[in-house]
Ligand binder design. Sequence first.
Ligand code: GSH
Length: 203
Amino acid sequence: MTRPRLFGISGSRAIRAIWGMEETGIDYEHVPVTYGADSKGADYLAVNPNGRIPALIDGDLQLFESMAINLYLAKRYGGALYPSSHEDEARTWQWSVWGISEIEPLQMQIVIQKLFTPEDKRNPKVVEHATRNLQRPLRVLDAALEGRDWLVGSAFSVADLNVASVMHLMGTIGFDYSEHANVQRWADACYARPALARALAKP
Ligand SMILES: N[C@@H](CCC(=O)N[C@@H](CS)C(=O)NCC(=O)O)C(=O)O
């Protein structure tokens, strides 16, 4: 049987799915497509017509969207990484969608300012506004983690993987979690996963 193929470099949103793949422990081929011209060539557009990374090919399945890729990988290959009850499965979907809708757009505003805008062109108001607006979802996450180590069930799962992988850039932009101690504790535990270290070591 052909190994699953995962497309995308680790220094991009593809890290989410590379981390997910590493958590499953299965044998796979990593194809380090970049998000520039690489992802706009005809060969890659046949894999992901959006011209974005990551994407996955597994047998007859071609899949884009990092959250969907991780949910699929966890359910198919991840054993206990995927929840066993319908209720926990629904909570996992909830958190996965929440990460990309409540956190990512605000986080990206800060990322664009701090990492992709020349210093003389930055607008501190954008960062202030996004930082302020992030407090509400972070309070929600902090409350959900009160008295528990993980978002769903009693062990690290694809719910933690998906939310923490979306939020991975928060570390790069030096986001201050001091008002959200549960988030900080949980993030530290997620980012200490050996699977993430292996994923980050990939091109
Ligand atoms: N919602 C997508 C976002 C993927 C995405 O935007 N990836 C960026 C790299 S960080 C990309 O490929 N950008 C190239 C482009 O937009 O042309 C996911 O989570 O998979």
